[in-house]
Design a protein around this ligand. Structure first.
Ligand SMILES: Nc1ncnc2c1ncn2[C@@H]1O[C@H](COP(=O)(O)OP(=O)(O)OP(=O)(O)O)[C@@H](O)[C@H]1O
Length: 317
């Protein structure tokens, strides 16, 4: 005689196995359910609320989102400057929650490069452009001759060879940011993180700085993650990830040359998705909705009696 509970048990065991299966860890950057809570006196701000993000090696990705949505917080964590409150963050195999002090320093010097919005944060004012680019190489003990040669080469690739012997005050904002891209790529990092690198620039200079970032990606081999409000930047990358309320919400993928943009919504690991607001409004979706499994897609229907044709979802699944 068969045990009537055996099937239930098998079903529960299978569910538990699926839940334990590790998330695919293929990406160069993997954020998994990332949470960052800031506590100041009696106020608590949840800057990241379970953010999931995978960036593949070689991608050039824009991160967009309203002010306060958590973009800079995410970049601070990925740059090794800040620690998440919970969740997982891995970059090029480094578990950012488990790095010791020395490892963290090594990570910040070799694995990631950064470009910040404020030009003053990127360059030392008393060094020339060439010396600024050579400095990170000194920290990882590149021989002096090699440092100068590579710095000159980088300035050349990024279109600012003419700036090599000038100090930051003698450079335009756009030139400073292009030199900053050279500094960020000096130690051939796997990932370059840029937080609003074109935020303070006019359109022509922004275009040049973005071209430098693209060269860092395509010619120098860095995976680039750039926070931007600039449609000029987000309109030119293949992938734009939108962050809303500390979570990734939608993604836009474009074809070569920025054409054929298609918008996607991101499923989180539990299979939850947030429908874009205009869909919710347009189709009158609220509260309970009805799902239908079609051969190649899932339909979402308002909860009305005159629902979709064909069988609805199996309530037991
Ligand atoms: N050090 C901090 N202490 C307390 N709250 C903070 C701190 N840093 C950020 N926050 C808060 O966390 C939330 C996310 O901030 P964050 O700077 O990451 O957003 P953002 O998307 O980069 O915004 P913006 O586009 O304006 O730069 C905001 O509500 C912000 O006020």
């Amino acid at each position: 005689m068969t045990d009537p509970h055996a099937d239930d048990l098998r079903h529960l065991e299978e569910k538990a196995r699926v839940a334990q299966r590790p998330h695919t860890d293929d990406g160069l950057v993997v954020c998994d359910n990332l949470v960052r809570v800031y506590r100041t006196d009696e106020v608590e701000v949840q800057a990241l609320q379970g953010l999931d993000l995978v960036v593949e090696e070689g991608e050039c990705t824009a991160l967009v989102g309203a002010s306060g949505s958590g973009k800079s917080t995410l970049l601070s964590i990925l740059s090794g400057l800040d620690l998440p409150t919970a969740g997982r963050a891995r970059v090029a195999g480094h578990d950012l929650l488990a790095l010791g002090r020395r490892e963290r320093l090594g990570y910040r010097r070799r694995t990631v490069g950064f470009v910040w919005q404020q030009t003053g944060r990127n360059l030392l004012p008393y060094l020339t452009a060439l010396e600024n680019v050579a400095l990170p190489m000194k920290y990882v003990r590149v021989p002096r001759r090699r440092r100068a040669a590579r710095a000159a080469e980088l300035l050349d690739v990024l279109g600012v060879a003419h700036c090599r012997d000038r100090r930051p005050a003698e450079l335009s904002g756009g030139e400073q940011q292009r030199v900053a891209v050279a500094v960020a790529t000096a130690n051939t990092p796997r990932v370059v993180l840029a937080d609003e690198p074109t935020g303070e620039l006019d359109t022509a200079s922004a275009e040049e700085v973005f071209a430098a970032l693209r060269r860092a990606n395509e010619e120098l081999g860095a995976t680039v993650l750039v926070v931007t409000h600039d449609p000029l930047v987000s309109g030119q990358v293949r992938r734009t990830v939108r962050i809303r309320d500390g979570r990734t919400s939608t993604e836009t993928l474009r074809g070569p040359g920025g054409g054929g943009a298609e918008e996607y919504t991101v499923l989180d690991r539990a299979g939850r998705l947030q429908l874009p607001r205009d869909y919710v409004d347009r189709y009158g979706l609220s509260g309970r909705v009805r799902l239908t499994g079609e051969p190649d897609h899932v339909g979402v229907w308002p909860d009305r009696t005159e629902g979709p044709p064909g069988p609805g979802p199996n309530p037991s699944t």
